[in-house]
Design a protein around this ligand. Structure first.
Ligand code: PRP
Ligand code: ZN
Ligand code: MG
Length: 210
């Protein structure tokens, strides 16, 4: 039996479940159950907060995970990546209040920026020679400017509706991301074999989608 961690609720959840189903793996899922077993493959699925997935896979609590590259890079655990999955594409972007003047990233010098991605944003700003105060918050980042918590934000943008709904304008792309498959680096041989079978099926699904 191999354990796969996927996001409980969020952008990646539906796409991750669809991929597993398209791999021909059947399972029952209910909103309140955080763990389920596949009916026709030795697979257990854990439903977790996406931010927790890289750490669980690193520690071997889960053998495999499907997570956004953004979360993986932020956690400093890129060595766990097995392959990019080609879905849930998004970008990590800087955004400012829509009415605010903005010419270049230099305008963020000395500003307060709220983000859940201090590592990715910090290295981007350092590369641009901009110094700013980063305020790390774990969610609802887009609310920060309207409640006086920050001058700008840096968060994941997919459709852009969260920015739009909160009066924000996207001004810089910090990082481009998609879903990736990750694995613990000390998998037992039986589990490594199951991972290979899963990868084989996932690749077939990707080819069929094209
Ligand atoms: C991201 C981000 C926004 C949303 C943006 O959340 O934090 O909430 O997606 O998407 P949109 O541009 O389509 O409106 P994510 O799903 O990564 O989950 P989390 O931040 O709650 O972990
Ligand atoms: Zn998250
Ligand atoms: Mg979010």
């Amino acid at each position: 039996m191999i354990r796969l961690a996927i996001q409980k609720s969020g952008r990646l959840s539906e796409d991750s479940l669809s991929l597993i189903r398209e791999c021909g793996i059947g399972f029952l899922s209910s909103t309140f159950k955080l763990k389920t077993e596949a009916t026709n493959f030795p697979l257990e699925i854990l439903f977790l907060r996406d931010d927790d997935i890289p750490g669980y896979v690193q520690d071997g609590v889960a053998d495999l995970g499907i997570v956004g590259q953004n979360v993986l890079v932020e956690a400093g655990l890129t060595s766990l990546q097995v392959e990019a999955l080609g879905f849930s594409k998004c970008r990590l972007s800087l955004a400012v209040p829509r009415g605010e003047a903005y010419n270049s990233v230099a305008d963020l010098q000395g500003k307060n920026i709220a983000t859940s991605y201090p590592q990715l944003l910090g290295s981007y700003l350092a590369g641009q020679g901009v110094q700013a105060q980063l305020h790390t918050i774990s969610g609802s980042v887009e609310i920060a400017p309207s409640i006086g918590l920050a001058d700008a934000i840096c968060d994941i943008v997919s459709s852009g509706s969260t920015l739009l709904g909160n009066g924000l304008r996207e001004v810089e792309t910090v990082f481009r991301s998609e879903a990736v498959l990750i694995a613990n680096q000390q998998l037992a041989p039986e589990k490594r074999e199951l991972l290979e079978q899963l990868q084989f099926r996932m690749q077939a699904v990707r080819r069929a989608r094209r």
